[in-house]
Design a protein around this ligand. Structure first.
Ligand SMILES: NC(=O)c1ccc[n+]([C@@H]2O[C@H](COP(=O)([O-])OP(=O)(O)OC[C@H]3O[C@@H](n4cnc5c(N)ncnc54)[C@H](OP(=O)(O)O)[C@@H]3O)[C@@H](O)[C@H]2O)c1
Length: 331
């Protein structure tokens, strides 16, 4: 078992801990929160005992555990991951791991120098249903002719934003917005399935906070385009599609994929049998632990390569749209 510390006490961390408990991959030993009350309530909700708690980040990282899972607002990932690596911890950091490619390069280099792992928690690419998509794309790669991905979901925090509050996810201070929060999943789809795009263009619908509430993104590949629609201020029920000339693979969603269909030229639509795990974080938890325990450097390098391209594409996309984060000023 790998001992685990966590940063961030929101629902996503609880879901990750449930995944690691189910898969018996990591053991939660240390919790950091800005307040003792939140740390206590997080531990109590999970019915855990004998968990060490810290409210000071430096003290937290000096403690004896192997790996940290970071699920704080995006803009804090870089400094927290850097401190973790400096204190000899492996890092699993929520998507997107950084606000810009320069931060990513610093973390990558530091982790390599220290012989530590840094994983970007792009949960969906590890799920069996995504592996099925990869298998289909590989089988029909000669006919591959583009894709449309859509991930647009009215955020539970948008009402607070409209009420004049300032939720982290709708601020440039915390590197939020549609592209970095939801677009990242669809950019992962494209990068894992089709590789690095040649050109990236993002057209954003800006909110008055300066963040992108929604937008459309085009990734240009040598022989086709990938069109992406993302948003946090409205709901879309559009399917996503991968085109193979006359045939089409239909995904029910570009980021939260539950169902696949295959449609042929005669409009015959057949269900593609797949497995969807109950907890969408199970597969990544199992995979990160396996890579560390088996020292599977080939798979690790592949994942790190995807993360590097995705972080670069995200930055290129927002640069093309004129979307600036406060983290850029520190570059
Ligand atoms: N993989 C997925 O399916 C998935 C789903 C949702 C979110 N995420 C990712 O998880 C990360 C967290 O997202 P979230 O929506 O949970 O964010 P959030 O609610 O804004 O913050 C998460 C945690 O960070 C701490 N925090 C909040 N504001 C802070 C501040 N101003 N300074 C320092 N710490 C602060 C809080 O923990 P304490 O109060 O305990 O310090 C909070 O519980 C993001 O990177 C997001 O992209 C991933």
């Amino acid at each position: 078992m790998i001992s685990l510390g966590i940063i961030g006490t929101n629902w996503i961390t609880e879901q990750f801990i449930k995944a690691v408990d189910e898969t018996k991959t990591f053991e939660l030993t240390h919790v950091y929160s800005r307040t003792l009350e939140k740390a206590q309530s997080f531990i109590a909700d999970l019915k855990k005992q004998n968990i060490d708690m810290s409210t000071d980040l430096n003290d937290f990282f000096k403690k004896d555990f192997d790996t940290v899972y970071i699920a704080s607002p995006n803009a804090l990932h870089f400094s927290q991951a850097k401190l973790a690596i400096e204190n000899n911890k492996n890092v699993i950091v929520e998507k997107p791991s950084t606000s810009n490619i320069q931060e990513f390069s610093v973390l990558e280099k530091l982790a390599q120098e220290k012989g530590l792992y840094i994983f970007e928690a792009a949960r969906h690419i590890h799920e069996p249903i995504f592996k099925k998509i990869e298998e289909i794309v590989d089988k029909h790669r000669d006919e591959l002719s583009g894709a449309t991905f859509s991930y647009m979901k009215y955020s539970s925090r948008y009402d607070a934003y409209l009420a004049g509050k300032n939720p982290n996810i709708f601020t440039t201070k915390f590197s939020g917005g549609a592209l970095y929060d939801l677009g990242v999943y669809t950019v992962y789809d494209a990068v894992v399935l089709f590789g690095q795009p040649e050109k990236v263009e993002y057209s954003a619908e800006f909110l008055s906070s300066g963040i992108d509430g929604s937008g459309s993104l085009t990734l240009k590949y040598p022989n086709f385009d990938v069109n992406i629609i993302i948003g946090k201020t409205k709901n879309s029920y559009m399917s996503s599609e991968i085109y193979f000339g006359r045939d089409t693979l239909v995904l029910d969603n570009g980021g939260d994929i539950h169902h696949l269909d295959w449609a042929d030229d005669n409009k015959n639509v057949t269900d593609v049998p797949t497995v969807k795990s109950q907890n969408p974080m199970d597969s990544e938890a199992r995979e990160f632990a396996r890579i560390m325990l088996e020292k599977d450097s080939a798979t690790y390098d592949k994942l790190l390569g995807y993360a590097r391209i995705v972080n670069r594409v995200l930055e290129q996309a927002r640069t093309s749209a004129g979307l600036v984060f406060e983290a850029d000023e520190e570059k």
